[in-house]
Design a protein around this ligand. Sequence first.
Ligand SMILES: C[S@@+](CC[C@H](N)C(=O)[O-])C[C@H]1O[C@@H](n2cnc3c(N)ncnc32)[C@H](O)[C@@H]1O
Length: 301
Amino acid sequence: MTGHRGTPAAVLRVAATVAVSAARLGARLTPGAILIACAVSFGAASAAALDVPTPYIPSTQQNVDEMLRLADVRPGDVVYDLGSGDGRVVITAAREWGARGVGIEIDPGLVAKSAGQARHAGVADRASFRAQDVFAADIHEATVVTMYLLTSLVERLQPKLLSELRPGTRIVAHDYGFPGWKPDRQVNVSKNFYLYVVPAKVAGKWRMAVALPKGTRDYEVDFEQQYQEIKGGARVAGGFLPAFDARMNGDRIGFVLAEDDMGYRYEGRVSGDAIEGRVRWGYGPKQNETTWRATRVAAGG
Ligand SMILES: C[S@@+](CC[C@H](N)C(=O)[O-])C[C@H]1O[C@@H](n2cnc3c(N)ncnc32)[C@H](O)[C@@H]1O
């Protein structure tokens, strides 16, 4: 779908006009509403349909707090805000949540302003800013990524984020999420916020070995994957064991194989082409436990 292509100045002009008109009418518009109004002004049905540059419209301080809360930011985290505006997300992550933060912002004036505000807030040692296009930015060290960008940019960023961020990295999108990627969590607190946890890649064929009481089992396991959603099962002599309750959380995988009237609960950590973990089984809370290992023998699509 192609939309009207607006220059940043034109989009901002529309944003300013919408905000001023709203103020004259005594209405208070949220930044998201202004962005949507810009989209409509450019002749498209929704912001999702547009390929206009993302204008500078800051999140409110409450929005910033919701984003960092949803990401569950901790002192060890490295928070990257993509399109960091005046630096408020990064500065808040450093000042209130004890994290280190990096802002990537295409407008050098906003980068200079952010650096000044970080000094003023006393967090210049933990909050830095780069005047860069997000597509050129090295983001691999991030453990948390935040963004308040229009859908067209979010959509184009998705392959970069999935290929460069480590499994387990939390991404929080304000207002505009990834089309086609179901969020791990979604909250609405004044605005919509979407949490995505970057999943490890498990699609493909795996050879899995586990020493169960009735002897060592060797399974050939297949997984299909759609982001964090997986399905598949184990091929065994004379049949197929579906992987029940199969799920991913970052580099963690879990599933249940039901065999011999018993549910075997597998949990493991994916590291490249290997998975290692523990399997538990038994009736009632008292469970038996042993280790299991799998090696990928063929990559999936
Ligand atoms: C809606 S504002 C959000 C600012 C800030 N993240 C916040 O939440 O307050 C989007 C910001 O992204 C910046 N931006 C747009 N396209 C960009 C790009 N390709 N690379 C880097 N920054 C970009 C804009 O200049 C603007 O400051």
